[in-house]
Design a protein around this ligand. Structure first.
Ligand SMILES: NC(=O)c1ccc[n+]([C@@H]2O[C@H](COP(=O)([O-])OP(=O)(O)OC[C@H]3O[C@@H](n4cnc5c(N)ncnc54)[C@H](OP(=O)(O)O)[C@@H]3O)[C@@H](O)[C@H]2O)c1
Length: 325
């Protein structure tokens, strides 16, 4: 079996989790890491068993021994880092949110398509066995027609004005950090963009959303009720109510079990769960695909447009959005 030779761009929290996830994937190996400094690159490479440590992201993008790069930097850098990797001819798995706004996302997708390079948003929940099972259940009609989704993703963290969760310059805010999981789940369940979006948000002292709630209506009349927060812990639960039953997904973003029409099902994942997105990329590359069927690029862009619409309703703009014309 040809293993996908991975490089990781950035050495923070999720970069370390992805490195751990790769260890449980038979078809993947971590070969290189890129950081803003040689010291952190070498420390990460030593800890996670990467053969090469690059002192710049550009060097990693140009490493001929790397097939695919996982972009694990703060949101505001996803566009720039992804474009660098595409220019280096690398397949890219870019952390969520794919981009700061739909316009950036469209530019990234266009760049990948222009050179025929693989690109995918690392919406890892989509690749988990439990989430795949939810899709199977919906397709097979196990709960009839889905009519309502309830989904929340809120956690409580201390206010850190310079941290990436609160600093507007780093793309702070709950919607782009965790609300995107809810918006993406709704897209998966209902299979289209919402026809109507209504929402309200509490914008905190650093100028980004600390808590919000949003309601989507679809053409069919189905509804999705969602919320996200960075200063309030919430249950992290999905409930899909259909005409003939329901699916509950405890801890939906890292789901290991479902309750289907009252019956509990267990769906453990490999490694720490991040293994599955890496394996899906490996399979897509082996098949010569330029995107992953689980998270198609058009869907990523559609979700980005919905996030833009929500932020528009709150008047929340980031430097990446540019000046209001
Ligand atoms: N899928 C998931 O479960 C999940 C979970 C958490 C986060 N994420 C996503 O992953 C991305 C990174 O999140 P994280 O929690 O890993 O962040 P983090 O711990 O702050 O790490 C980000 C890394 O990016 C690099 N970086 C480059 N410029 C930076 C800057 N100006 N400030 C801070 N770091 C900078 C740094 O690596 P170097 O110093 O090596 O360059 C840093 O270690 C975010 O977009 C987030 O939404 C996804």
């Amino acid at each position: 079996m040809n293993k996908t030779r991975w490089g990781i761009l950035g050495t923070g929290t999720i970069a370390a989790k992805f490195a751990l996830g790769l260890r449980a994937a038979d078809d993947a190996e971590l070969v290189a890491v890129g950081s803003r400094s040689r010291e952190t690159a070498e420390a990460f490479a030593g800890e996670h068993g990467a053969a090469r440590a690059h002192a710049t992201y550009g060097e990693l993008a140009g490493d001929p021994e790397v097939d695919a790069i996982y972009v694990a930097t703060p949101h505001v850098l996803h566009r720039e880092n992804t474009l660098t990797c595409i220019a280096g001819g690398k397949a890219v798995l870019c952390e969520k949110p794919f981009a700061m706004n739909a316009r950036e996302g469209e530019e990234m997708v266009a760049a990948a398509r222009s050179v025929g390079t693989f690109l995918c948003e690392a919406m890892w929940t989509r690749f988990l066995p439990a989430t795949r099972r939810v899709r199977e259940l919906l397709t097979s009609g196990a709960i009839g027609e889905p009519r309502q989704l309830d989904c929340d993703f809120g956690f409580r963290t201390e206010l850190d004005p310079k941290g990436r969760l609160f600093d507007p310059a780093l793309g702070g805010g709950a919607l782009l950090d965790v609300g995107i999981y809810c918006v993406a789940y709704a897209r998966m369940v209902f299979g289209s963009a919402p026809a109507q979006v209504q929402s309200t948000a509490h914008i905190g002292e650093t100028g980004v959303d600390e808590q919000s709630a949003y309601l989507f209506r679809y053409d069919s009349g189905a509804l999705a009720r969602m919320s996200s927060a960075t200063r309030t812990e919430t249950p992290h639960r999905v409930t899909i109510s259909g005409t003939e039953g329901s699916i509950e997904v405890p801890d939906f973003w890292q789901a290991k079990e479902l309750i289907v029409n009252g019956e509990r099902e267990r769906h453990p994942y490999l490694g720490n769960g991040y293994t599955h997105e890496a394996m899906a990329v490996g399979e897509a590359l082996a098949a010569g695909a330029l995107e992953c069927a689980e998270v198609p690029l058009e869907e990523t862009l559609e979700i980005a447009r919905t996030l833009d619409e929500l932020r528009g309703q709150w008047g929340l703009r980031y430097p990446a959005d540019g000046a209001i014309s």
